[in-house]
Design a protein around this ligand. Structure first.
Ligand code: ADP
Ligand code: MG
Length: 286
């Protein structure tokens, strides 16, 4: 059976909002080397706002938002939802597209009144052969590019707030001697801005979900004990690959099911507290 000290520690962690799905994960957290953190929805609230619209010559901001909201109307991605909310807030009406598909880690491809409509990042639009200007945004944030019929219409800047618990959690983990690494599908500029504000030294950007997973598998194969914190459908494989996968309580069902630890209340300091509990427990029995 499971030693009483472990059951006690799992109970203590649970009472402060961290659900641990087994003693082996608690043991692993007691000698953690590295924590990998997803950005959107994990370090940030994942409820981003549209903060800027930069239109191509002859195109109105309204038209860009209407087109983008239509393409994203079935989207569950935080960026897509931000665009839909912005259109709704401005009373811009939009219809569902005739067809749409996700390009994971890139954006949405859709058909609106017979015209190919693309909403996503530079990689996606470049792959489709659409000519793009340099980044136009004046402030940091994720640039979502919009094109229709092969023509660039404009860029929507979407900005996400850091969780209050992100900076103290990164500092506490670093002070505990744990390496903190940011893994994100977002652009380099956004990843670096977030890493700078949080004091994260190692940040990897523009990663596809399978690249996040490969990163973690590589560390695990070197014998490292690694935790991965994430929230999205995309993060599920990486959570499974890590020694300890940790899902945000507000994350997707898939993320919570793939995880070994679930953080109720989405407070990253609860993760730090759990690592402390695991270390104390280790001192007693392992
Ligand atoms: P993260 O790792 O930060 O959680 P994702 O892997 O979900 O990010 O997405 C990576 C990038 O792909 C986003 O920063 C964005 O540029 C683009 N992208 C993904 N989904 C969408 C979408 N629905 N609409 C527009 N862009 C998207
Ligand atoms: Mg995410």
């Amino acid at each position: 059976g499971t030693p009483l000290a472990i059951l006690g520690a799992i109970g203590r962690a649970a009472r402060q909002g961290s659900i641990i799905k087994g003693g082996i994960y608690l043991e692993a957290l007691g000698h953690l080397d590295t924590v990998f953190l997803d950005k959107t929805g994990t370090l940030t609230y994942g409820m981003p706002l549209v903060t800027e619209i930069n239109a191509a010559p002859g195109i109105s901001e309204q038209a860009i938002l209407k087109t983008a909201a239509s393409a994203e109307s079935g989207s569950e991605h935080p960026l897509g939802r931000a665009i839909v909310r912005a259109a709704e807030r401005r009373d811009i009406s939009f219809s569902h597209p005739d067809y749409f598909e996700y390009r994971i880690g890139r954006g949405v491809l859709s058909l609106i009144r017979g015209e190919q409509t693309v909403v996503g990042n530079r990689t996606l639009l470049t792959e489709l052969g659409i000519d793009l200007p340099q980044r136009t945004a004046a402030t940091p944030g994720t640039e979502v590019l919009v094109a229709q019929g092969g023509r660039y219409l404009g860029a929507i800047l979407v900005t996400d707030q850091l969780r209050d618990s992100s900076a103290p959690a990164v500092k506490a983990l670093t002070d505990m001697g744990i390496k903190v690494v940011l893994l994100t599908g977002d652009a380099k500029t956004v990843a670096e801005a977030v890493a700078d504000r949080l004091g994260i030294i190692q940040a990897h950007s523009e990663l596809l979900p399978e690249q996040k997973t490969a990163f973690i598998a590589q560390q695990v194969s070197k014998g490292r004990t690694v935790a991965m914190l994430g929230d999205g459908i995309n993060d599920a494989p990486a959570l499974s690959e890590a020694t300890v996968g940790v899902a945000m309580g507000a994350g997707t069902d898939v993320a919570r099911e793939s995880a070994d630890v679930v953080l109720i209340g989405n407070d990253l300091m609860k993760f730090v507290e759990t690592v402390r509990i695991a270390r104390n427990c280790r001192r007693i029995i392992f």
